[in-house]
Design a protein around this ligand. Structure first.
Ligand SMILES: O=P(O)(O)OC[C@@H](O)[C@@H](O)c1c[nH]c2ccccc12
Length: 265
């Protein structure tokens, strides 16, 4: 299974990088930085879009060779509320340094998208300029501790949940932002009904981010009707010829569609 492969690689990468850049160096770096942007606040203004800088993926292969700076600027001018940056190297062609480069040119929150299995990576995220991190509940070795650590570094994490037990666990441990991935990470199939199925379990005062598989404004409309507060889109914006206009169209679709489902105000 691909997820297992990614994790095996990740473990090797972390043990190498810990020697190259010890955790105390990261802590020193963090101590010189200002507190990051507030992701929950940024997503708490009606309907929001998180755009992802994603150059490749195991399911699609190469996606785009656009420069980071160009993408960040187009996401911002289209009206994205936050930017997700896929930092995983081997399978997604990402780079941790993209966080630093993005932070230097934008004021909107930056989410580090990676496969976080070690607390070291949470310090790394903050040291390199992230405002938030993705925690995938199914692979996180200690959700409670990782959420606590992230919050203590002033990063409100996005917790990706794939079933009701994971949602309960995330909420129990103080999660404020819950992600439902419409893509099954084991076989890559997209099913927007995943958002529909789990939205009722997420209290109104929490932020529900519907992740993956958005191709057109119609998809946004559907997800909004299911109760999403925000969507996260990667491939669609990376492949678009005019990302800013595309994002604006998605934003209009999400904004004119009243939030539905059991999560209605
Ligand atoms: O490219 P898409 O279908 O718009 O999906 C973006 C994002 O949701 C996806 O990259 C993602 C969601 N959760 C993840 C966890 C790991 C890696 C990647 C992901």
């Amino acid at each position: 299974m691909i997820l297992e492969k990614i994790i095996t690689e990740k473990k090797k990468e972390i043990s190498k990088i810990k020697n190259k850049e010890p955790i105390n160096d990261l802590k020193d770096k963090i101590s010189t930085k200002n507190p990051p942007e507030d992701l929950k606040k940024a997503l708490n203004r009606g309907f929001s879009i998180i755009c992802e800088y994603k150059r490749a993926s195991p399911s699609t292969g190469p996606i785009s060779s656009k420069k980071l700076e160009e993408s960040v600027k187009s996401f911002e001018s289209g009206g994205a509320s936050a930017i997700s940056i896929l930092t995983e190297k081997r399978f997604f062609n990402g780079d941790i340094k993209h966080l630093e480069r993005a932070e230097s040119i934008t004021d909107i929150p930056i989410l580090m998208k990676d496969f976080i299995i070690d607390e070291y990576q949470i310090f790394q995220a903050r040291a390199y300029g992230a405002s938030s991190i993705l925690l995938i509940a199914s692979i996180c070795p200690n959700l409670e501790a990782f959420i606590q650590l992230s919050k203590s570094l002033h990063m409100e994490p996005l917790i990706e949940c794939g079933n009701s037990l994971e949602i309960c666990k995330a909420l129990e441990n103080g999660a404020e932002i819950i992600g439902i991935n419409n893509r099954n990470l084991n076989n890559f199939t997209i099913n927007l009904n995943r958002t529909k199925a789990f939205a009722p379990l997420i209290p109104k005062e929490k932020i529900l981010v519907s992740e993956s598989g958005v191709k057109e404004p119609e998809d946004v409309k559907i997800l909004r009707e299911y109760g999403a507060d925000a969507i996260l889109i990667g491939t669609g914006v990376m492949k678009s010829k005019n990302p800013a206009d595309f994002i604006k169209d998605l934003l209009i679709a999400g904004t004119i569609t009243p939030k539905g489902g059991p999560r209605i105000e």
